[in-house]
Design a binder for this molecule. Sequence first.
Ligand code: GTP
Ligand code: MG
Length: 137
Amino acid sequence: TNRTFTMIKPDAVEAGYTGAIIKMIEEAGFRIVSMSKTQLTPERAGQFYAVHSQRPFYNDLCAYMSSGAIVPMVLEKENAVADFRKLIGATNPAQAEEGTIRKLFAKSLEANAIHGSDSDENAQIEGSFFFSGTEQF
Ligand code: GTP
Ligand code: MG
C-alpha cells in the first residue's frame, strides 16, 4: 500500500463536482487519509507548481489555481500514484480516455478538474505542503 496526493481544482469545486469526484475516487479503491477545503494565494500556488516556473503558462496557472477553493487530499491504495494518474486521465481533457475524471469533469487544458502526483517522492512533498502528521487518518 502506498500514497498519492490530489487536489480538486477551482473549476471543479466551483461547478459542484466535489462529491461526484470523491465518489469516483473511493469507488476506484482509494482510501482518503487526509482531506481539506482551502484556497491558495497566488504566491502559494507558485510554490506548489515551482517545477513549472519556467513554462510559458506558469503565471496563468498560478492565477487559475488561486482563483477559488480547492479540495486537497492524501489518498492510500496499492500502486497509488500510477493508478490515480490512470483514473484522472490525460492532462488535456480532449485527449483523456472515456470514463476518466478529466474526461467527465475538466473544462480545458488548464482548468482540468484535478491534480495527481507524478511520483512517490512528489506525493510525499505535496501532501506535506497541505497536511501535518497529525492530520492523517
Ligand atoms: P497536474 O496533475 O496538475 O500536475 O497535471 P499534469 O501532471 O497532468 O500536468 P503538468 O504537471 O504537466 O501541468 C500542470 C498543470 O498545468 C496542468 O494540470 C494544467 O492545469 C496546467 N497546464 C499544463 N500544460 C498547460 C498548457 O500548455 N497551458 C496551460 N494554460 N496550462 C497548462
Ligand atoms: Mg504534474
